[in-house]
Design a protein around this ligand. Structure first.
Ligand code: ARG
Length: 462
C-alpha cells in the first residue's frame, strides 16, 4: 500500500470502486495553496515544539515552496490514486524532500483539522470577493438613483398601483437588503476568522505540545478553536455562508423579476443596453432580459445548495464523519455562481435606461392619490376613518364617471362632502404627493437625497 496515508493495518489497497467514490481531488484541488500554507504553519509549530531541526524545517519550507510554484504554474496535478488534496500534497512533498524529512510533517495533525481550517481560509478569501461584487451592485443602484432623483413612478403593493414614489426611492429599496448582506458577510468573517481548528487533530487535540494559536496567527486567523471536537465537526460556518449567499441571490432575484417585467412592452419602464441583453435565434425583433432571468434562476440553485448542506449536517453525530466531504461542492458552487452572476447583473443595472416619461404618466393612474386626499382631510381635522370613507367615495364617483381624481369638479367634490373644498387640489399631483411624504425614510426628494448619502456611508468600507 505504498504511497497511501495509511497501510500498516491493511493487507490490501483500496478497490478501484472505492477510490472512485472516495476521491475528492476534482473539487478540493483548488484548496492546494491553502493546504500548503497550513503545512508551512504546521512545520513552524513542529519546529517550535522541538520535532524538527532548523535544517529539517527549512527543507520542508523549501519543498512546500516548490509545490506552490508548480501549482501556480499549472504543473501540479493529482494522480487518480490520490484520494484528496491533502494526501496528494503529502505524496508530492515526499517526492520533493524525501520521506525522512517529509514524513515528519504529518505528526500532530489530521486531515480533519486540516480541511476544517483550509476550508475556512478559502471561504474567507472568497467571501471578500463576493463582498466587493455586492458593493459594486449597491454602487450601480445608488448611481442610477442619483441620476433619477426627481423621476416619479407608480409605487405598488399587491402589484396594484398604490402610491407614487420616486424611482430613486424604489431603486434604493433594492440596495438596502444588499447592504445588510454586506453586513452579514462582515459578521460571518469576524466569527470565522477567530476560529482556526488546526491543532484539533482528528478530534481530541494533540499530545505533542504544539501551539494552535501559533498556527492560527501564521494563517491570518485571530484565534484558534476552543474545542477540538467542535473544531473538526462543526460546519455551521459553511451553512451560514451558504445562507448569506442564497440571500444575496434572493435579493438580486427580486430586482431581476422587476427588470424583467419593466422591460415588457406593457410596462415599458426600462430599455436594456444591447450589450447586456440577448436576441432570439428565430424572432429577429426580440431583445431578452437573459441576465435578469438567469439571476432569477440562479437564486433557486443557491437555495438548493443551502438546503443540501443543511440536509447533510442534520443529525450527523460528532465528530468528523465522511459525510462531511459533501460540504464543499455546494458552497463552492454558490461562491462561483455569484462570482459570475454579480458582474453581469451589475453591468445590466448600470446600463439600464429608464423611461421616466412613461413612469410619470402612469404614476397618478389607478387613483394612486386617494391616500393623499384622505391625509389632506385629516390635516383639515377630519377623523381618519371618515377621511378614508370620503376619499373612497371620490374614487367610486370617478369610476362611475370614467375620470380620474383631479378631473372631479368643485361641485362634484362638494357633493361628496363639504370638507372637500377646492384646496384639496393642492395634493392631487404626484409631485405634491411625493414631496409631502417627508418624514425620515419617506419618498420626498429631500429625504431620498439624505438616504442616498446614508447608503453611501454604510458601504464606504467595502
Ligand atoms: N477529503 C476529506 C474531506 O473533505 C478530508 C477529511 C478527512 N478524511 C478522513 N477520511 N478522515 O472531508
Amino acid at each position: 500500500n505504498e504511497g497511501s496515508l495509511w497501510g500498516g493495518r491493511f493487507a490490501s489497497g483500496p478497490s478501484p470502486e472505492l477510490q472512485d467514490l472516495s476521491r475528492s481531488t476534482h473539487f478540493d484541488w483548488q484548496l492546494a495553496l491553502y493546504d500548503i500554507a497550513g503545512s508551512h504553519a504546521h512545520a513552524k509549530a513542529l519546529a517550535a515544539a522541538g520535532y524538527l531541526t532548523g535544517e529539517q524545517e527549512a527543507e520542508i519550507h523549501r519543498g512546500l515552496d516548490v509545490l506552490a510554484q508548480r501549482f501556480t504554474d499549472g504543473e501540479l496535478v493529482p494522480e487518480p490514486t490520490d484520494e484528496d488534496v491533502h494526501g496528494a500534497l503529502e505524496r508530492l512533498l515526499l517526492e520533493e524532500v524525501g520521506p525522512d524529512v517529509g514524513g515528519r510533517l504529518r505528526a500532530g495533525r489530521s486531515r480533519n483539522d486540516q480541511i476544517a481550517t483550509l476550508f475556512r481560509a478559502f471561504l474567507l478569501d472568497h467571501s471578500l470577493v463576493v463582498s466587493r461584487l455586492v458593493a459594486d451592485l449597491v454602487d450601480a443602484l445608488a448611481t442610477q438613483a442619483e441620476q433619477h432623483l426627481h423621476a416619479i413612478m407608480p409605487g405598488r403593493t399587491h402589484l396594484q398601483h398604490a402610491q407614487p414614489v420616486l424611482l430613486a426611492h424604489h431603486l434604493l429599496a433594492h440596495a438596502w437588503p444588499l447592504v445588510r448582506d454586506l453586513d452579514r458577510l462582515d459578521d460571518w468573517r469576524r466569527r470565522v476568522s477567530a476560529d482556526s481548528p488546526y491543532g484539533s487533530g482528528a478530534l481530541a487535540g494533540s499530545s505533542l505540545g504544539l501551539d494552535p494559536e501559533l498556527v492560527a496567527s501564521e494563517l491570518g486567523f485571530t484565534g484558534s478553536t476552543a474545542n477540538s471536537i467542535d473544531g473538526t465537526a462543526a460546519r455551521d460556518f459553511v451553512a451560514e455562508l451558504a445562507f448569506v449567499l442564497a440571500q444575496v441571490g434572493v435579493d438580486v432575484s427580486r430586482l431581476a423579476e422587476e427588470v424583467t417585467v419593466w422591460s415588457t412592452r406593457e410596462f415599458d419602464f426600462v430599455t436594456l443596453h444591447d450589450s447586456w441583453s440577448t436576441g432570439s435565434s428565430i424572432m429577429p425583433q426580440k431583445k431578452n432580459p437573459d441576465i435578469a432571468e438567469l439571476a432569477r434562476g440562479k437564486a433557486g440553485r443557491l437555495i438548493g445548495n443551502l438546503s443540501g448542506l443543511l440536509a447533510t449536517l442534520k443529525a450527523l453525530p460528532l465528530a468528523y464523519n465522511r459525510d462531511l466531504q459533501e460540504d464543499k461542492e455546494p458552497v463552492f458552487d454558490s461562491v462561483q455562481t455569484l462570482e459570475v452572476l454579480l458582474p453581469a447583473f451589475t453591468g445590466m443595472v448600470a446600463t439600464l435606461t429608464f423611461n421616466t416619461a412613461r413612469m410619470a404618466e402612469l404614476a397618478p393612474q389607478g387613483f394612486s392619490l386617494a391616500t393623499d386626499v384622505a391625509e389632506w382631510l385629516v390635516r383639515e381635522g377630519v377623523p381618519f376613518r371618515d377621511a378614508h370613507e370620503l376619499a373612497g367615495a371620490c374614487v367610486r364617483r370617478c369610476e362611475e364617471l370614467g375620470c380620474d381624481l383631479p378631473d372631479l369638479t368643485d361641485e362634484q367634490l362638494a357633493s361628496i362632502s363639504p370638507h372637500l373644498t377646492p384646496e384639496v387640489r393642492s395634493v392631487l399631483t404626484v409631485e405634491g404627493s411625493v414631496a409631502s411624504r417627508s418624514g425620515r425614510g419617506g419618498t420626498a426628494p429631500v429625504r431620498v437625497r439624505e438616504q442616498l448619502d446614508e447608503l453611501r456611508t454604510a458601504t464606504s468600507g467595502h
